[in-house]
Each structure stands twice: as structure tokens, then as C-alpha cells.
Design a protein around this ligand. Structure first.
Ligand SMILES: Nc1nc2c(c(=O)[nH]1)N=C([C@H](O)[C@H](O)COP(=O)(O)OP(=O)(O)OP(=O)(O)O)CN2
Ligand SMILES: [Zn+2]
Length: 145
């Protein structure tokens, strides 16, 4: 299915893993400035999460692939993104469910989990493809974590 090459991040960690997943979801961008995207419509989002670190856990994992999927797929698949009021809202453009905000939100979700792990891996980027011709990558600013 996906098995595509994503833009790479340069880093000095020993291990880098990538998890791909597909998420079917509907959304609308709640402003006239979004044109036709103001109407409720759906996508099959293609998501790639990149995690890196130097240390493995007791299972020999940097982080369990299944946990990454659970955090994003279980939450968002077959839902309306705008309904997730814990992460999106209709007032602030920084919280509209655009590709950019979806990618950032997914990064925040993953990173929050990784911070709880003793081996402290980190999420280097989240790639979100919304349509065959449109994608966005969120990477944290260096030193801002
Ligand atoms: N910077 C952004 N621009 C747009 C977003 C977005 O999230 N960030 N979203 C949309 C729409 O939601 C739409 O689903 C995707 O837009 P678009 O790439 O224009 O989709 P098309 O399939 O029509 O693309 P074509 O290449 O013209 O076939 C719009 N903009
Ligand atoms: Zn859309």
C-alpha cells in the first residue's frame, strides 16, 4: 500500500522508526476563506510518523508500532475531525482541522506519549497526506521542545 519514501529528517539518533497508517475521516474548515473546504467532506488521510532515539525498551522497541497506531488511528478513524473538541475548534485558525493543524496535533499526541517512556524517544516529524496532490509535514522547531 503506502511504502513510499517520505522526506527525511537529518539527525544523530541511532534508531529511527516510521509508522504508516490510513485514517478515514471527515472534516470542514470553518471559515469562508477556505472556499469549498468549508463544506463537510471526507478524506483517507495517509499518515507517516517518524520516531527516533538512542535507547530501546525491555521489548527491544524504540516505541511499539501498535501504540503509535492506537494513539492516532483509534482516535480519529471514521470520525468527524471537527467533533474532537479536545484538539480542534471553530474559533481559532490554529485549531481548525486543516492538514497543517492535523499534522501538528498528531505530533503533539505522539510526543506527549513518548515523554512518558523511560527511554525518551522523540517524534521528529508527522507527515499527513490529505489528497493525492496535497500533504503537510509538521516538525517541531529546534530547541522549542
Ligand atoms: N494549506 C491548506 N490548503 C488547503 C487545505 C489545507 O488543509 N491546508 N485544505 C483544503 C481542502 O480541505 C481540500 O480537502 C484539499 O484541497 P485540494 O488539494 O485543493 O484538493 P483537490 O483534490 O481539489 O486538489 P487538486 O490538485 O486540485 O485535484 C484546501 N486547501
Ligand atoms: Zn479536506
Amino acid at each position: 500500500m503506502m511504502q513510499q519514501i517520505y522526506p527525511q529528517v537529518q539527525h544523530d539518533f541511532c534508531y529511527e522508526l516510521n509508522k504508516d497508517m490510513q485514517i478515514a475521516a471527515a472534516h470542514f474548515v470553518p471559515t469562508d476563506a477556505a472556499g469549498k473546504c468549508r463544506q463537510l467532506h471526507g478524506h483517507t488521510y495517509f499518515v507517516n510518523v517518524t520516531v527516533a532515539g538512542d535507547d530501546l525498551d525491555e521489548a527491544g522497541f524504540l516505541v511499539n508500532f501498535q501504540v503509535l497506531k492506537k494513539l492516532l488511528h483509534d482516535k480519529f478513524d471514521h470520525t468527524v475531525l471537527n467533533d474532537h473538541k479536545d484538539v480542534f475548534n471553530d474559533q481559532d485558525p490554529n485549531f481548525f482541522p486543516t492538514t497543517e493543524v492535523v499534522a501538528r496535533t498528531m505530533w503533539e499526541t505522539i510526543e506527549m506519549h513518548l515523554e512518558t517512556l523511560p527511554s525518551k524517544p522523540t517524534c521528529l516529524q508527522v507527515y499527513v497526506r490529505e489528497t493525492p496532490t496535497s500533504y503537510c509535514i509538521y516538525r517541531p522547531k529546534k530547541g522549542k521542545k
